[in-house]
Design a protein around this ligand. Sequence first.
Ligand SMILES: NC(=O)c1ccc[n+]([C@@H]2O[C@H](COP(=O)([O-])OP(=O)(O)OC[C@H]3O[C@@H](n4cnc5c(N)ncnc54)[C@H](OP(=O)(O)O)[C@@H]3O)[C@@H](O)[C@H]2O)c1
Length: 260
Amino acid sequence: MLDFGISGRKALICASSRGLGYGCAEALAKCGARLVLNARDEEKLRIAGDSLRRKTGAQIECIAADITTEEGRNAVLEKAGSADILVNNAGGPPKGHFKDWKRDDWIRAIDQNMLTSIEMIKAVIDSMVMNKFGRIVNITSGSVKSPIPELGLSNGARSGLTGFVAGIAREYAQYNVTINNLLPGQFNTARIENLIESRAKEEGIAPQKLRATLERENPSRRLGEIAEFGFACAWICSAHSGYLVGQNILLDGGVFNSTH
Ligand SMILES: NC(=O)c1ccc[n+]([C@@H]2O[C@H](COP(=O)([O-])OP(=O)(O)OC[C@H]3O[C@@H](n4cnc5c(N)ncnc54)[C@H](OP(=O)(O)O)[C@@H]3O)[C@@H](O)[C@H]2O)c1
């Protein structure tokens, strides 16, 4: 049997009461990690924690807080500042047109999808170095490789994080502390459902029709499932993945076609 070697490790998964964060939490719990879950809605977070406990028997703490605020991060870090594994995640910015975005829109997006992850990395990395073990995974987006025009705020903010990570990941590899990015294409989550609904409305078609088109256009003929995203996260966080450094791993069913 393959052992990922992270049983008993403490894993902090930000923004994890549903969707991709939840998928990562479930996979890490199945590897025996102790979890700290986070999201803003306390009740939904509690339900997510209970469900994971039932499914996996994992030891789980829940901290309801807005991870994009300093206060929220401090609350989370008070419980999980010494995490061995950190999964950075938050909501995505709204779509729109760049001519409509004001400075405040950009600052919000950069705070949410770039600076929050950088602050979290800054907070946990010294203890990871001391312990000679650390795995940091940033959930970014396939849009980093193949930008989506109407998601310009996301393209911009996440590219900033990607550049930053590429710079520092090499510095920490010698301590068995790795920092990598996991790039989702289209996965079956609440966020993609909302995006499908709003695009379908704009195009005057039924959401099911748009979904069927997206599935047909994907080489895998379907959208991704959070469990497969979680599995990739657990692989990156495995004790055996210390040689995987500063990478951008794309999971999109094969949509993006490139040899690089
Ligand atoms: N799904 C996709 O296909 C896809 C593709 C590309 C990129 N992404 C990106 O991947 C990330 C996760 O997407 P998803 O589809 O899993 O979204 P989702 O299903 O909407 O789930 C988002 C999770 O994050 C929590 N959350 C949101 N904002 C938060 C905050 N400020 N502080 C703490 N928790 C917060 C939510 O709970 P609360 O609302 O209770 O806080 C929820 O648990 C997003 O940044 C998204 O843009 C997703």
